[in-house]
Design a binder for this molecule. Sequence first.
Ligand SMILES: [Zn+2]
Ligand SMILES: [Zn+2]
Ligand SMILES: [Zn+2]
Length: 171
Amino acid sequence: MVPTHQSQVISLNLFEKIIVRKVQAIVEHAEQQCKKNGVRLTEKRKHILAALLHSGKALSAYELVGYCKEQLGETIPAMSVYRILGFLQSQQLVHKLDLVNKYIACAHITCHHKHAVSQFLICKQCQRVKEINLRDSVIHSLLQEVYDTDFELDSPQLEINGLCGSCGKMK
Ligand SMILES: [Zn+2]
Ligand SMILES: [Zn+2]
Ligand SMILES: [Zn+2]
């Protein structure tokens, strides 16, 4: 059934095109944001950010090296990837998931509100990550609780493992 197969290919390409355009729009927004902050989103920085946005998953620095090579045909050494990720983190365009040692594009790049402390819901099946923001009062009581136990907190960022909606349904 050649026609059916062809139409599937076409719709997949269309889907891919929509994602690419979405990623481009977010990267352009990030570029403007950086300009406002007096820093530059160079081509390589753009590529790493686009790779994270495009994959839609949390990736390690080494996975990003592979992704750039396969998808962009560009070789970026791991050391540079780490440096670029550090820059993107400083601009709050990317977050680091400390427990899994991976990086994810911020879900609020095109938002205008102030960025709050994030919590991340990590799907153990498909590795997709959802960034959420708990209410300030919830964060406040968490901090108070931790303070009371005489524990020095690095960051109130939470990383929560589980199954996302679509993986949960497949069970
Ligand atoms: Zn964020
Ligand atoms: Zn937002
Ligand atoms: Zn999932």
